[in-house]
Design a binder for this molecule. Structure first.
Ligand code: ADP
Length: 656
């Protein structure tokens, strides 16, 4: 028996004793090797026409034996000589495994992920097998050899036995895995099933160029006897048939003009387990120094687990039709986590084996293009298919907003124009740009209001006042909205060059402003004057109310332009009431910063007269009662919780 080389031994140990869960990739590895062996032979044959290789006969054969607990992967490719068996399977001097070893030296902890990402080839068989027998006959050789090993001590190489590739010109390789006993943790029995093997091929090797064939059991109706008896019931029998179980031509390599949308839809649904057709399909190809094919889908329905911790973003990464990684996270940014798809690049693998950094640079280059493509597809949908874009935005818009928030506004340039908001004035969803385009002359801010329900927000005094005075308000009901506005601060509009027909415009930043901000008013000059007078005259009233409200508000003011509302609650400074509420619901809720609350009074409302009267009569109890009721009802109107609903009810009763 020959011993494995030291480094091979180390690798084998890692492999066998790995806690790596994705053991099923062994099949992908063996199939890829078989496919390579077919390619090599096919390449030779093309160069030497007298070799007489029937290209159409090149195939991979998959079989299993339930009783013997074996799986066999066969190919009629180039095969290996005795020396090659020794060199190729006895040492670790080949690309994938070498890479694995290098990676492994650097990251002792997470080495097992690397198997999944890059593949370590033939040795992965030992993850599921306690013994592997390789029978191989090199093309043109007249004898087959058998390599056998338990993956521990070493291996043997002997001439193959009778019946093992001893037919005329029976070149190629059979790799037989003797499966380890099945345990609870390590279910190897699962591989001894037609269905499971088919699934694994579909999952990992569906687009291998060569046919992967397997005997499958099918059922058919037996021929009816002639003449048919009256009580004839059809009978069925099982039969075996050799079937090609992979699809061979990757749909992502085709130009989109050559593919029916129907086929994309079917592929999408089968591959990504969705029941609905995608909203958009994006197919693109790059050639040159870095070549790849990409096929991306924007789903039309939200995956049920999109906002759960378990959701994993990423695109499937293929290298030459072979799945390298099911969800390559680096290929899509978080805010496009809903995008599903495939990137296939022959160059990725080439560079993996050279240098990991280089590999990252390649992935980054692909990722940049992927991101741009998604953005422009969404822009197109926004401009040309608004109805579906609204559906898209309902499903995935929150993620885009988080994209701006979590990048501290860094991605605002790219994402802000993809956002939709409900417009209080126009009664439909609009973009920032549409808001700005419809703005009155001289308006230099974008107004918004944030809270839980659109209906409530639209009737808030400040919102009504803004709209009545000609300003639109974006009505925001998602928790992230206001936090996003805070990191964005403003919406930027680029300068537009003028021409002979149109006047150009300068670049401009429109500050994003909460309409319930206490410093704001939309009032006319008259209204302002009236409010100022009332403020001057009633300083004592404000102090009295502030005292009566006992720390609940930081300030009491007269506000012009509250319409027919007697009062409103607003805030000053960076934390709004809505933000306070959102933070309070979070994990650190008790430490949440408080909004600086301001009770705004409408001096034009009859209630104001009552307050003044109570103050002037020195009736402190009455003033306190009025103050509390006004404050609580203003909170209710704003959709905010009141501190003590029982007390509020008592106060109202007292008043009646
Ligand atoms: P890698 O494929 O990354 O080179 P493997 O460990 O998978 O590493 O395989 C080692 C070598 O064994 C391959 O490079 C190839 O030369 C040879 N080999 C493996 N499987 C086959 C096969 N089915 N037919 C011919 N040669 C094979």
């Amino acid at each position: 028996m020959k011993q494995f080389k030291t480094e091979s031994k180390k690798l084998l140990d890692l492999m066998i004793n790995s806690i790596y869960t994705n053991k099923e990739i062994f099949l992908r590895e063996l199939i890829s090797n078989a496919s390579d062996a077919l390619d090599k032979l096919s390449f030779l044959a093309v160069k030497n026409p007298d070799m007489k290789v029937d290209q159409d006969s090149l195939a991979i054969r998959l079989s299993f034996d339930k009783d013997a607990r074996t799986i066999t992967v066969s190919d009629n490719g180039i095969g290996m000589t005795q020396e090659e068996l020794d060199k190729n399977l006895g040492t670790i001097a080949h690309s994938g495994s070498e890479q694995f070893k290098e990676e492994n030296a650097e990251h002792q902890g997470d080495q097992m992920d690397i198997i999944g990402q890059f593949g370590v080839g033939f040795y992965s068989a030992f993850m599921v097998a306690s013994k592997v027998r390789v029978v191989s006959r090199a093309y043109g050789a007249d004898q087959a050899y058998a390599w056998e090993s338990d993956g521990e001590k070493g291996y043997t190489i002997e001439p193959a036995g009778p019946g093992e590739r001893d037919g005329a010109d029976d070149h190629g390789t059979d790799i037989t895995l003797y499966l380890r006993p099945s345990t609870e943790q390590d279910n190897t029995d699962q591989y001894l099933s037609e269905w499971e093997l088919k699934e694994l091929v579909k999952k990992y090797s569906n687009y291998v160029r060569h046919p992967i064939r397997m005997m499958v059991t099918k059922s058919r109706q037996k021929p009816a006897p002639d003449p048919k008896p009256d009580d004839y019931k059809p009978e069925y029998e099982d039969y075996q048939e050799l079937e090609t179980i992979n699809s061979m031509t990757p749909i992502w390599k085709k130009r989109s003009s050559d593919v029916d949308q129907k086929d994309y839809n079917e592929f999408y649904k089968a591959t990504f387990h969705d029941y609905a057709d995608p909203a958009r399909t994006i197919s693109f190809h790059a050639e040159g120094a870095l070549s790849y094919d990409a096929l991306l889908f924007i789903p039309s329905v939200q995956p049920f687990d999109l906002y759960s911790k378990d959701y994993q973003k990423g695109l499937a990464l293929y290298c030459d039709n072979v799945l390298i990684q099911e969800k390559c996270e680096d290929l899509v940014p978080d805010y496009y986590n809903f995008v599903r798809g495939i990137v296939d690049s022959p160059d990725v693998k080439l560079n993996i084996s050279r240098e990991t950094l280089q590999q990252n640079a390649q992935l980054r280059a692909i990722a940049r293009r992927v991101e741009k493509k998604i953005t422009s597809e969404l822009q197109d949908m926004r401009d040309n298919d608004r109805e579906n874009y609204q559906k898209f935005f309902e499903n995935f818009g929150r993620g885009l907003k988080f994209g701006i928030y979590t990048t501290y506004g860094g991605k605002a340039d790219e994402l802000a124009d993809l956002l939709l908001f409900w417009s209080a004035k126009q009664g439909k969803q609009i973009t920032f740009k549409e808001y700005v385009d419809a703005m009155a002359d001289g308006q230099d801010k974008i107004y918004y209001v944030a809270g839980e329900s659109r209906e409530r927000l639209e009737v808030m005094p400040q919102v009504r006042s803004a709209v009545e005075h000609g300003y639109d308000v974006l009505v925001c009901t998602q928790d992230v909205d206001e936090f996003m506005f805070q990191v964005m601060r403003s919406y930027h509009v680029d300068a537009v060059a003028g021409d002979s027909e149109h006047k150009g415009t300068d670049a401009k930043d429109y500050e994003l402003t909460n309409v319930t901000n206490a410093d704001l008013d939309f009032a006319t000059e008259d209204e302002k004057k009236q409010a100022e007078e009332a403020s001057e005259k009633n300083k004592d009233l404000f102090d009295g109310l502030k005292e009566a409200l006992d720390g609940k508000v930081d300030d009491v003011k007269v506000a012009p332009g509250l319409g027919d509302a007697p009062a409103a609650v607003s805030s000053e400074g960076p934390v709004s009431l809505q933000m306070e509420r959102v933070i309070a619901q979070g994990p650190e809720g008790d430490k949440a910063p408080k909004a600086h609350r301001v009770l705004q009074l409408n001096a034009a409302h009859p209630v104001f007269g009552k307050l003044v009267a109570a103050q002037e009569s020195g009736d402190k109890d009455r003033l306190k009662l009025y103050g509390h009721i006004l404050y609580d009802q203003a909170l209710l109107v704003a959709g905010m919780p009141i501190d003590d609903p029982v007390k509020f009810a008592e106060d109202v009763t007292k008043l009646m």
